[in-house]
Design a protein around this ligand. Structure first.
Ligand SMILES: *Cc1c(COP(=O)(O)O)cnc(C)c1O
Length: 432
């Protein structure tokens, strides 16, 4: 029986008359996969419930934050308690240093940090610091890596920009991006070449150490280690953008798994437990360049907001308390789903290439091994769109773009694994 989207369709229509595309973030609109975006009324655990009473198994977790699943009692309780005491003061609260201490404990390369309200802000601020610290202008990023929607970073930016097939963004003057170098991921010779061409002028390399915003892409063995060595040799900073991978791949993020100490790290998503939070942090001597201690200006009316801090503390302290079990459960559940779905594709003769790590997974509709943005782009996008729509019809809500990682939460268990694999089996037979 086909699901009904009548109410969602009406809500979308109303929203479209008031909000461009009816959405406050472009990929929510389902343009690249087709079909109707369901309007969510509530969520619990691994499931979303929409305006038509449909239930969906959630594989995008609010695009990253919901690692514990939706409406986790500890998080809800913490937010309710904080709200009763007032929602914002514009003055310091104990909760900020409390969450900061949890982050420092989990991510040893971070000696000091500052909270902001989004990943975009965290990255903008980290870049400003890197330029101030080095006295250099150029920044080096990688194709398919998304670092938020600030002007200088909207170059070959993956995520929604890639989904919509636009090269960057209108409204970004070329002068604004003249100091941004975008190189292929996993290609060290391109990095060496850039440092030769711009000797003494590159302030930093910024990277998603495990890419999520071009779909899931893993660093080749030795790649991140080499970037660490090159930046040290060249006097440039290494920034790990762990807005997605932080507290997801492990408590200490990708840097813990690969044993690399970046100079600066950006965080977001999970550390806000579903409320708007970002953070940037790293070496003390760099962080102390921030106002009011130093000459780098950075500020925010709602930075360190008490509700957001409460949700972050509840989420991160739960992850710390359960670290021995939660990350193993996430990795094993994800492995089963990743491999199980790929097996069904193979049995049905559908070319599929799967990348996963921790609780991030992407099925690319290509025979190629996906190692960078170009190989990710060999995916058959029409087929991905069909797959997405057919899975949605079966009550499984995957991220509506090939260039996005799917996320598994701690609330996903055996029943969800089995249901997902059996739905994929039926869907693949229809895709041929
Ligand atoms: C989501 C994301 C951002 C941007 O964070 P927002 O909170 O959406 O501004 C930056 N970097 C990475 C790696 C992300 O995944």
């Amino acid at each position: 029986m086909a699901l009904s989207f009548t109410h969602s369709r009406a809500l979308q229509k109303r929203a479209e008359s008031l909000i461009p595309g009816g959405v406050d973030s472009p990929v929510r609109a389902f343009r690249s996969v087709g079909g109707d975006p369901p309007f969510v009324e509530r969520a619990q655990g691994a499931y979303l419930y929409d305006a038509d009473g449909n239930r969906f198994l959630d594989y995008f977790g609010s695009w990253g934050p919901m690692i514990l699943g939706h409406a986790h009692p500890a998080v809800v309780d913490a937010v309710q308690k904080a709200a009763a005491n007032g929602t914002s003061f514009g003055a310091s609260t104990a909760a900020e240093a409390e969450l900061a201490s949890l982050v420092v404990q989990a991510v040893p390369s971070i000696e000091m940090l500052r909270f902001v309200s989004s990943g975009t802000e965290a990255v903008m601020s980290a870049i400003r610091l890197a330029r101030a610290f080095t006295g250099r202008k150029f920044i080096l990023k990688f194709e398919g890596c998304y670092h938020g929607h600030s002007d200088a970073l909207l170059v070959k930016a993956g995520s929604g920009v890639a989904t919509l097939g636009i090269p960057g963004s209108a409204g970004v003057p070329e002068e604004t991006v003249q100091f941004t170098l975008a190189l292929p991921f996993n290609d060290l010779s391109a990095v060496e070449e850039a440092f030769r061409l711009h000797a003494g002028q590159i302030a930093c390399i910024i990277i998603e150490p495990v890419v999520g915003n071009a779909g899931t892409i893993l660093p080749a063995p030795g790649y991140l280690e080499a970037l660490r060595a090159i930046t040290e040799r060249e006097g440039a900073l290494l920034i790990f953008d762990e807005v997605m991978t932080g507290f997801r791949l492990s408590l200490g993020g990708a840097q813990e798994i690969f044993h690399i100490k970046p100079d600066l790290t950006t965080l977001g998503k999970i550390i806000g437990g579903g409320l708007p939070v970002g953070a940037f942090g790293g070496r003390r001597e760099i962080m102390q360049m921030l106002a009011p201690l130093g000459p780098v200006y950075q500020a925010g009316t709602l930075s360190g907001n008490p509700l957001a801090m409460a949700a972050g503390i509840a989420t991160v302290s739960h992850l710390i308390a359960e670290r021995e079990t939660v990350y193993a459960h996430l990795a094993e559940t994800t492995r089963q789903i990743a491999v199980g779905v790929a097996r069904e594709a193979k049995a049905a003769g559908v070319p599929l290439s799967v990348n996963w790590m921790g609780s991030m997974v992407t099925w690319f509709f290509t025979e190629k091994n996906v190692i960078d943005f170009d190989t990710a782009s060999t995916s058959d996008m029409a087929r991905f769109g069909k797959f997405h729509r057919a899975m949605l019809e079966r009550g499984i809500w995957l991220p509506p773009s090939q260039y996005e990682a799917a996320f598994v939460s701690a609330a996903h268990g055996e029943a969800e694994v089995d249901y997902t694999i059996s739905a994929a089996r039926k869907v693949f037979s229809e895709l041929l």
